[in-house]
Design a protein around this ligand. Structure first.
Ligand SMILES: Cc1ncc(C[n+]2csc(CCOP(=O)(O)OP(=O)(O)O)c2C)c(N)n1
Ligand SMILES: [Mg+2]
Length: 795
């Protein structure tokens, strides 16, 4: 490290003052509901009744922001800030206020004394804003409420933003989480040519809520070796004397930015030679720095006690006095004018316009989003002459559509998948682009490896990292799709939750522009895990999805290729949603031609006329039973059951309903896609038995339909944790979603069949036994099961 000090005494003091102004605002947010400039002596009535918020993280975060401002101004950089420990929100909020952005989006909380009073008061106050970097925070695209995702988000933002630098502050506690720990590897997927840069800043303030952090208590050479092993060039900035830390940090940031530019320049002129060693900073400064050193004899500054509210002041005059001393130590009267504005000299330190990190349009991604060019999805349709006769791998045509989406959107669409693109039969995508890979490429990789420095397909075996990348990519205004094995999409349950919460809140913030939806393709599903067995059988992600806000959640279960294409086309065009599409990759029967698929998927639910025989005159057109289904395999079994019913009970009137859009099942009042009561009752009848064959756990259908008129007659089959190394038919039978069990269900539920159907019931039981013993003996399913096709009514 160089020894000269880059900051002149004048700049040093100005920068320190700017930092202190931001610290004053942070502390003010935590405590003050009145007297925002401390013009009067501090009195108990100026203090909020409930003191809630976080102090400990703020000094480090504001310090970095202040210093980044210098770089932006000096070098005209396009920079943005991600706050990993988002509970340091006062720091982002303080800077948004100082930069004027806050007053621009919330004019009643702008730069005057009354604006400042309201700005303080609203923080962590009922009806106000939370104590994290929530969507209400200008300049934030990462809340940081649930820790662990900052670094993956940062890289997602940097992809395809070649001029951007994303400064990502990582809490040392946050760095203990699994998602953060794996996200360090993102540097092997970042192109120095067509992507921007990420500058990770590990904030080694030593503590979490009530514990030291691991990384702060290991030898520094071990920490350096760890981070170097992840591929970074590590700069340490350590200290507790502000003036010397300012100088070291300024020097270090200059060096780090120079490293970034050197790496990019070389790669952009000479091509990518090897894996770049990107810079990162370890900032070791005290938690709660500049705050009270001790309170009631307990250490606070530089200890975990600084994490939240350092001094509880109520009914304690000594504490009030200590708080006042602390707040006045920043000398607000020197930093702000009497009218409540930052002094002109300090204001000049802030970047202007969209160079302000709080106003960088990329952090409000919808502003910079370009609509996706979509090829005509009809061009990829499977030809379907008759329903239920031909087999096609359901995901393969989707791969071809996505390939052409990648081709027509070379800079703003990416596909994400943990190592399973080919396994999921989506490998046609590689014709448009190989996989991004900045680490070593061996000669043998040329044989089907699809690795390239400039690849755009993102594959790493961390669902967390992929999901984080995609969220960052979307929130900064681009488009994408993540495909995952069904069972392992659960790995990101919690990230899905957080993203859904972000979208839900963002919908009500007028200045946030819509972003592209998060599209998740759930494939390699529960019903086709012949060799993987029980561990790979879990359709429960859908249950998680139905817990989240109906304004942002959508679930689709297209039964065949053409429905999958229609659904995918719709999802790729949608905004501010999380679309979950469930479609298996294996060869399945095809039912609808493309026009019928479009119509069926537009309705989201519908009677398949050709599979029903309850049509007729008004007086005799009520069905005896409704067979409903959702999902590819359950649809096939339901159809096969219908064929058996038609054979054994030709006069039984069966209505066949297929559900693509799962939220059609809930009442309109609960979900925008919900069917009206009239439509639901007319489809599912008031009182006839409904046998519902479902892809997922059966309770979900009950949860969605419990308020419907005919809810008591809805009898659901689905996955119930029965399975192992089974043939498809064995697995279906073990969970009773198979055709024979469905026929038995109908016999049991239709009053006229309960006795009359006994012979058929016996026959079905025999079929089940024969299927199981054949599979047990031969190791595959009976050909008449595997080769079954629909020979019933034609279209
Ligand atoms: C995944 C997750 N687990 C637990 C918490 C609860 N929590 C909030 S802050 C915090 C400590 C964070 O420490 P650190 O990342 O070092 O942030 P600092 O305040 O020191 O900047 C914890 C455990 C959380 N927000 N997210
Ligand atoms: Mg910490």
């Amino acid at each position: 490290m160089t020894t000269q000090s880059p900051l002149t005494p004048e700049t040093l003091h100005a920068l320190d003052d700017y930092w202190r102004a931001s610290l004053y605002l942070c502390a003010g947010m935590l405590y003050l509901s009145d007297n925002p400039l401390l013009k009067a002596p501090l009195r108990p009535e100026h203090i909020k009744h409930r003191l809630l918020g976080h102090w400990g993280s703020d000094p480090g975060q504001t310090l970095i922001w202040t210093h980044l401002n210098r770089l932006i101004r000096e070098q005209d950089l396009n920079l943005l800030f991600i706050s990993g420990p988002g509970h340091g929100a006062p720091s982002m909020l303080a800077h948004a206020w100082l930069e004027g952005t806050y007053g621009e989006v919330y004019p009643d909380r702008g730069q005057d004394e009354e604006g400042l009073r309201r700005f303080f008061r609203q923080f962590s106050f009922p009806g106000g804003i939370g104590s994290h970097c929530t969507p209400e925070t200008p300049g934030s695209l990462h809340e940081g409420g649930e820790l662990g995702y900052s670094l993956a988000h940062a890289y997602g933002v940097a992809f395809d933003n070649p001029e951007l630098i994303v400064a990502c502050m990582i809490g040392d506690g946050e760095a203990e989480t699994g998602p953060l720990a794996t996200a360090w590897h993102s540097n092997k997927f970042l192109s120095p040519v067509h992507d921007g840069a990420v500058l990770p800043i590990l904030h080694l303030n030593g503590y979490k809520i009530a514990n030291p952090t691991v990384l702060a208590r290991i030898d520094e050479d071990h920490l350096e070796a760890l981070l170097r092993g992840y591929g970074y060039r590590v700069y340490f900035v350590t200290g507790d004397d502000p003036m010397s830390v300012h100088q070291t940090l300024a020097k270090t940031l200059d060096a780090a930015i120079a490293d970034i530019h050197t790496i990019q320049k070389r790669a952009r002129h000479q091509g990518v030679q090897d894996l770049p060693q990107w810079p990162m900073i370890v900032l070791r400064t005290p938690k709660g720095w500049t705050g009270p050193k001790e309170v009631d004899g307990h250490r606070v500054e530089g200890f975990w006690r600084a994490h939240q509210i350092p001094i509880a002041v109520h009914d304690n005059p000594a504490h009030l006095q200590q708080l006042e001393q602390w707040l006045r130590s920043y000398e607000p009267e020197r930093l702000f004018t009497a009218e409540g504005q930052l002094t002109p000299a300090l204001r000049a330190l802030s970047p202007t316009g969209t160079r302000r990190m709080s106003a960088n349009p990329i952090t409000n991604g919808g502003l910079v989003r370009h609509a996706l060019h979509r090829p005509d999805f009809r061009d990829y349709a499977a030809s379907v002459e008759q329903p239920g006769r031909t087999l096609v791998e359901n995901t393969r045509p989707l791969g071809q559509l996505l390939r052409d989406v990648m081709r027509t959107n070379p800079n703003n669409f990416r596909f994400f998948c943990p190592d399973e693109t080919a396994s999921n039969r989506l490998d046609d995508i590689y014709q448009a682009s190989p996989k991004a890979w900045m680490a070593k490429i061996l000669p043998e990789d040329a044989d089907g490896g699809h690795l390239a420095h400039d690849g755009r397909v993102m594959e790493v075996l961390s669902e967390h990292t992929l999901e984080g990348w995609l969220e960052g990519y979307l929130l900064s205004g681009r488009h994408g799709l993540l495909a995952s094995y069904e069972a392992f999409i659960h790995v990101i349950d919690s990230m899905f939750n957080q993203h859904a919460k972000w979208l839900e809140k963002a919908l009500d913030i007028p200045w946030r522009a819509p972003v592209s939806s998060l599209n998740i393709l759930v494939t390699s599903t529960v019903w086709r895990q012949d060799h993987n067995g029980f561990s790979h059988q879990d359709p429960g992600f859908l249950d998680v999805v139905t817990n989240k806000s109906p304004r942002v959640t959508r679930i689709y279960l297209p039964p065949d290729v053409n429905c999958l294409l229609a659904v995918a086309n719709h999802c790729l065009d949608s905004q501010d949603k999380i679309n979950v599409i469930v479609a298996d990759k294996q060869a399945h029967l095809q039912y609808l031609d493309i026009d019928q698929a479009i119509s069926h998927c537009t309705k989201g639910i519908g009677i398949w006329e050709w599979a029903s025989n309850d049509q007729g005159a008004v007086e005799d057109s009520e069905p005896d039973v409704v067979i409903a289904c959702a999902g590819d395999v359950p649809t096939m079994e339901a159809l096969a059951a219908t064929a058996l019913l038609n054979t054994y009970f030709p006069t039984l009137k069966v209505r066949f309903i297929n559900v693509v859009d799962l939220f059609r099942l809930v009442p309109t009042s609960e979900h925008e896609h919900g069917l009206s009561e009239r439509d639901f009752d007319s489809l599912f009848t008031y009182d006839k038995p409904v046998v519902f064959n479902f892809h997922g756990y059966p309770w979900l259908i009950h949860k969605l339909t419990y308020r419907r008129t005919n809810a008591r007659n809805i009898h659901v089959r689905g996955y119930k944790e029965q399975g192992n190394i089974n043939t498809p038919m064995e697995l279906a039978i073990r969970n009773q979603i198979d055709r024979f069990n469905l026929v038995i269900d109908v016999i049991d539920r239709v009053p006229a069949l309960q006795v009359a159907g006994a012979h058929v019931k016996e026959a079905m039981k025999n079929e089940i036994i024969q299927c199981l013993s054949f599979a047990d003996r031969e190791g595959y399913d009976k050909p008449e099961v595997t080769d079954w096709t629909w020979q019933g009514g034609e279209r």
